[in-house]
Unconditional design. Structure first.
Length: 324
């Protein structure tokens, strides 16, 4: 695997609150709108190509539906976020499960009052994994800031703790989530402002220092129908996942769709494209996207599903590897 850029995370920067100047306001309404475009062009994943198994129906610490997942590409760790067992959604309590790449459970960490867990990212520093994740959940259970926290197995961290920094990258925004591209070393942030969702892209050499003042791209994404279930970034393309479980409104092969968006133009590059990954699974609900590059240099787009019976939900993860 090509390792991610490994500068030590700046403790001074990451203990700040409200890092950097706010981004310029973006246009409202639907459709593509690009406020800046400085991301070098890259190849993109062909969403029409088959998906392959990483693993199916693996146990997490929480028995509730997974929400998202992310890789530590340096230390070879996989983290899966789910709602914490016994908590109501509005509390924003999360359970992070650490798995190995075969899907074997390793450890857990509880994050109380952090948010919904739609997406998050990982930055390695030496042998430590730092999670970039939403925090300070609002009354709806969604994070109102971003945080960078050290993953500490078997512990509970409350959103009120003073041990980590909080960041509000965009002036006037009310909700945040993020994902990290470990191949091109960039962070994508999805934020809510003025009644709509917007996207910004940053270089991790800035975000490692808590600096969100120099976005490489900032745009309003095009309208995509379906229930949002995750997003990630690879090069100059954002990937967006939508759909619901079989048992909700549809039958097999379901309504899981993938869409790629050019972050320099804000326009759809491909999709929405139906995904049949894991189409034989029981209770197949799309939940999460992430990027990983193998030791052999193959880039992969991973998509996750919450599977299994109620009260014993499992994690199933697949990937695509065809680039165009």
């Amino acid at each position: 695997m090509a390792e991610a850029f490994r500068s030590p995370l700046s403790r001074r920067g990451l203990l700040r609150t409200g890092a950097g100047a706010g981004l310029a306001a973006v246009g409202l309404g639907y459709g593509a709108h690009s406020a800046s475009a400085a991301v070098p062009a890259s190849s993109r994943f062909d969403l029409s190509k088959p998906s392959y198994d990483l693993f199916r129906s693996k146990v997490l610490h929480s028995k509730r539906v997974q929400q998202s997942f992310a890789f530590d590409s340096v230390n070879k760790r996989l983290f899966v976020a789910a709602k914490r067992s016994g908590s109501v959604d509005a509390d924003g309590d999360l359970c992070i499960s650490e798995l190995d790449f075969d899907g074997n459970y390793v450890s857990y960490m509880h994050l109380d009052g952090f948010g919904h867990g739609v997406a998050f990212g990982v930055r390695p520093s030496g042998g430590t994994s730092y999670l970039w994740i939403e925090t300070e959940a609002n009354s709806g259970g969604y994070g109102t800031k971003l945080a960078c926290i050290k993953y500490s197995a078997g512990t509970t961290l409350d959103a009120s703790s003073t041990s980590f920094g909080r960041f509000q990258p965009v002036s006037g925004a009310t909700e945040y989530t993020c994902s990290i591209d470990p191949v091109y070393n960039r962070m994508i942030v999805r934020y809510h402002k003025a009644g709509g969702k917007h996207i910004a892209v940053y270089d991790v050499s800035d975000t490692d220092k808590g600096d969100f003042s120099n976005p490489l791209a900032d745009f309003t994404p095009p309208a995509i129908s379906g229930t949002p279930q995750g997003y990630t970034l690879y090069g100059s393309y954002m990937y967006f996942l939508t759909g619901t479980a079989y048992s909700d409104t549809n039958e097999k092969p379901g309504n899981t769709y993938l869409t790629s968006i050019n972050v320099n133009t804000g326009a759809i590059a491909q999709g929405p494209t139906l995904s049949k990954a894991g189409s034989t699974l029981t209770h197949r609900e799309p939940e999460g996207l992430a990027i990983y590059r193998t030791d052999g240099g193959e880039s992969r787009l991973f998509l996750g599903f919450a599977t299994g019976d109620e009260g014993d939900r499992r994690s199933s993860i697949f990937y695509k590897n065809d680039l165009v």
